[in-house]
Design a binder for this molecule. Structure first.
Ligand SMILES: [Zn+2]
Length: 388
């Protein structure tokens, strides 16, 4: 699972003078996909191999790079990468080797630099919200991370003394129960503090809280404002007894609803901008042209949408049809899915892609829409006669 910790450790890693290899490769499903990715990764590695040979670079630098090339080479031989893509970050001289499976296609690429090249990975991961889940009662707090249906534990806070019942026979002792309330409050503060830290250091988009129905409101009220604002929902459960799978189910439903609402907002945001003549476009032609000129900030694609088209590998011109690129005059390459090519362009430009899966959030009559960085120039006229 891709944890917030892994992502943030890559984001902040520095080779300290040694080279960091960042490699991205598409992984198609099936045995053909595995064979094919091996060939493509080998040729990416061949491209950087000369850097590891003698020359200007220092020996330590070259040795580290050589170690990375060997390690990646042996990893690709094991044929175990999952579709749709893999990102690898390596710096053997500093003990870094991380493989991150990506749920989206990214362009094949290898980069040797002083720090990891994380932008395509971050662009792919941005579309799935990452949730911090806290299950809380008067004496305990349990923290988990939920990302794409997977849960992992992040730790606990325990204050058992605030659970003890008052040790009095007969009528309840007010002083004792006040004391217990005081301890519970202190415990809530500790849990809130820990949550504040987690939300600050992890890449969490939302916070989901579970516990006894009669205790949650008190706890949520105590949360500091910035943490409170991230609460996407709460669920009722029996802390201490509840298995992880059950937490996942309850929290997953809240995260899914959040994603759906966010989709709806993204879609209406784009449609409103288009209606007002703002920086947005809908429809395949507009989006392909926006991708060609690198104008897409956020691309919205209806889940499962695909369309045949053409690409110019020289100038990156994308269109539904055309044998010759109107920008540079080179022959185009036909592709079974030009939306996939567009998505790769958007990712490599640091834009984000959101798949709109919820039925209600329609892009009206379109499969695709985009938020733009700048106003689009006039597209080349259809059937433009380049070079004549
Ligand atoms: Zn071209």
């Amino acid at each position: 699972m891709i944890t917030a910790e892994t992502v943030s450790s890559i984001r902040t890693f520095d080779g300290g003078g040694l080279p960091v290899v960042s490699l991205y490769a598409r992984v198609d499903p099936g045995p053909d996909g595995q064979r094919e990715v091996r060939t493509r990764v080998s040729s990416l590695l061949d491209g950087i191999r000369p850097l590891a040979k003698g020359g200007i670079a220092e020996r330590e630098w070259r040795m580290s790079l050589r170690g990375d090339i060997d390690r990646i080479k042996s990893a690709v031989g094991q044929e175990r990468w999952l579709p749709a893509a893999i990102a690898i970050f390596a710096c053997s001289g500093r003990n870094l080797y991380t493989e991150i499976p990506l749920p989206e296609n990214v362009p094949d690429r290898v980069i040797v630099d002083a720090t990891p090249y994380a932008r395509p990975m971050l662009a792919v991961l941005a579309q799935h919200p990452r949730s911090c889940v806290a299950v809380v009662d008067r004496a305990s707090g349990r923290f988990c991370e939920l990302y794409q249906d997977e849960m992992s534990e992040l730790g606990q806070v325990k204050d058992p003394e605030s659970r003890k019942p008052p040790i009095v026979a007969g009528r309840p002792d007010d002083r004792v129960s006040n004391k217990i309330d005081e301890l519970a409050k202190r415990h809530y503060r500790r849990v809130a503090e820990r949550l504040g830290e987690l939300m600050q250091t992890g890449d969490f988009d939302l916070l989901i809280i579970g516990g006894h129905g009669y205790e949650i409101p008190d706890f949520v009220q105590q949360l500091p404002r910035p943490v409170h604002d991230r609460v996407a929902g709460t669920f009722s459960t029996e802390p201490g007894l509840v298995p992880l799978t059950e937490i996942r189910e309850s929290a997953g439903a809240i995260a899914a609803r959040y994603e759906q609402e966010r989709d709806q907002q993204l879609v209406s945001g784009v449609l409103e901008k288009v209606a007002m003549g703002g920086l947005a476009t809908v429809g395949l032609d507009g989006c392909l042209w926006a991708g060609t000129v690198g104008a897409i900030q956020t691309l919205l694609v209806r889940g499962g949408a695909a369309a045949p088209g053409v690409v110019c590998d020289q100038s990156r011109w994308l269109a539904r049809s055309g044998e010759v690129c109107p920008l540079c005059g080179n022959p185009t390459r036909p592709t079974p899915d030009v939306i996939d090519e567009l998505a790769q362009v958007v990712i490599s430009e640091g834009g984000a892609i959101h798949h709109i899966n919820s039925g209600g959030a329609g892009l009206v009559d379109h499969d695709i829409g985009a938020d733009l960085r700048f106003r689009l120039p006039e597209p080349p006229a259809a059937g433009s006669d380049y070079g004549r």
